[in-house]
Write a protein that binds this ligand. Structure first.
Ligand code: FAD
Ligand code: DHB
Length: 393
């Protein structure tokens, strides 16, 4: 089998790339290890930056998002019995974020791509990327238990942290940076009205908590947990009790609880692979970088990688220009490291790191500083709404 761009992974990165290329007449094949139902059922991120929203509009998959997504002007940071609001809209001169689930966005992308005749092969795991330093890269994959081969002009490794694209690169040609945190996030999804109209990030002596949402009737909450904790250790009531303890009393009192639709634990990690391009192989999204979820950057960074990769491939096929492909890795990494930094900083500010009393005093001092300094809040707001996609034309 042959195509122009072979895409491994049908997460947000792979789907968005396929869709943007398709609209420019560039053909692709997506190979996905899981089933469509599995991909469409996965609960993950929920906050879209303006740049991501714009890209989804460009990809012509924004109709439901624009109808159902919730525009948020601000978020609150709760600590020490009080809370401070980051008024993103005012502090950034008009930027906002959109609350719309990654699950919904993925469904929209899959539907649009299949309706337009796009090819997604589900339950077709890629095994390796080969010959990507030549002009004829190949992806070997399995389908119905048989080994197959996809030959392409370019390979986009959009297969997440555990994928095979990055692992196909020789160890001495790639540099990996990694930091593993000593705790995780336990998350619950429930059909209950959110405790507040905006998101609340809470620093508490028992550990971090986050009140988020997917709609006016569906809530997403998280509490910091031990790395070796397991979902089986938590009843719904135990979760709600722990959340109530960690959020300010006025919210705890009006928290509406209900049965879980989903509960899961996510470990926290900062990870970057450099470079993000190896000959004809391009890494994008979680395949190249992951970060702790604090600040909701993972999905948005996958989208900004695809902003650069789609432009570079479109310039190559449309204008016979290879210079954007050459600049892809540097353009992405400049933005990637800033998002990695922000997620690390926000994680450090809001979580419990052991019982070290100086650490908590320093956190409270910084939160107090934020509460009293518009300059400090502006820096948070600028990063939270997403740094601009720099033009690399
Ligand atoms: P993915 O969405 O991981 O997609 C990769 C795809 O590749 C998957 O469908 C996978 O099945 C497929 N794949 C893997 N290996 C192969 C193979 N060998 N062959 C074929 N296909 C393969 N971010 C936030 O901002 N906020 C959050 O709350 C949040 N929660 C998260 C919770 C969890 C459990 C996880 C794992 C991530 C979370 N993230 C969150 C991060 C965010 O979801 C990711 O950054 C985003 O999904 C990245 O998109 P992607 O397309 O790069 O990768
Ligand atoms: C969500 C996740 C995040 O990591 C975050 O910072 C905000 C919201 C969410 O899943 O809703």
């Amino acid at each position: 089998m042959r195509t122009q761009v072979g895409i491994i992974g049908s997460g947000p990165a792979g789907l968005l790339l396929a869709r943007l290329l398709h609209l420019q007449g560039i053909e692709s094949v997506i190979l996905e290890r899981q089933s469509r139902a599995y991909v469409e059922g996965r609960i993950r991120a929920g906050v879209l930056e303006q740049g991501t929203v714009n890209l989804l509009r460009e990809a012509q998959v924004a109709e439901r998002m624009d109808r159902e997504g919730l525009i948020h002007d601000g978020v609150s940071l709760a600590f020490d019995g009080r809370s401070t609001r980051i008024d993103m809209h005012t502090l950034t001169g008009g930027s906002t974020v959109l609350v719309y689930g990654q699950t919904e966005m993925t469904r929209d992308l899959i539907q649009a791509h299949l309706d337009a005749g796009g090819v997604i092969k589900y339950e077709a795991p890629a095994v390796a990327v080969e010959d990507f330093l030549t002009s004829q890269p190949r992806i070997t994959y399995e389908e119905a238990g048989r080994r197959q081969e996809l030959t392409c002009d370019f390979v986009a490794g959009c297969d997440g942290y555990h994928g095979v694209a990055r692992k196909s690169v020789a160890a001495d040609k790639i540099r990996l940076f990694e930091k593993i945190y000593s705790f995780g996030w336990l998350g619950i999804l429930s059909d209950t009205p959110p405790v507040d109209e905006e998101l609340i990030y809470a620093n508490h002596e028992r550990g971090f908590a986050l009140c988020s949402m997917r709609s006016h009737t569906r809530s997403r909450y998280y509490v910091q947990c031990d790395l070796d904790d397991q979902v089986e250790n938590w009843t719904d009531d135990a979760f709600w009790d722990e959340l109530r303890r960690r959020i300010p009393p006025q919210f705890a009192e009006r928290l509406v609880t209900g049965p879980r639709l989903e509960m899961s634990i996510a470990p926290l990690r900062s990870f970057v692979a450099e470079p993000m391009r190896f000959g004809k192989l391009f890494l994008a999204g979680d395949a190249a970088h992951i970060m702790p979820p604090t600040g909701a950057k993972g999905l948005n960074l996958a989208a900004s990688d695809i902003f650069y990769l789609s432009q570079a491939l479109i310039a190559y096929y449309g204008q016979n220009r290879a210079d954007l492909l050459d600049r892809y890795s540097d353009a992405c990494l400049r933005r990637v490291w800033k998002a990695i930094r922000f997620s690390w900083w926000f994680t450090s500010l809001m979580h419990k790191f052991g019982d070290d009393p100086i650490n908590r005093r320093l956190q409270l001092a910084e939160l107090d500083y934020l509460a009293n300094s518009e300059a400090a809040r502006t820096a948070v707001a600028e990063n939270y709404v997403g740094l601009p996609f720099e033009s690399f034309e």
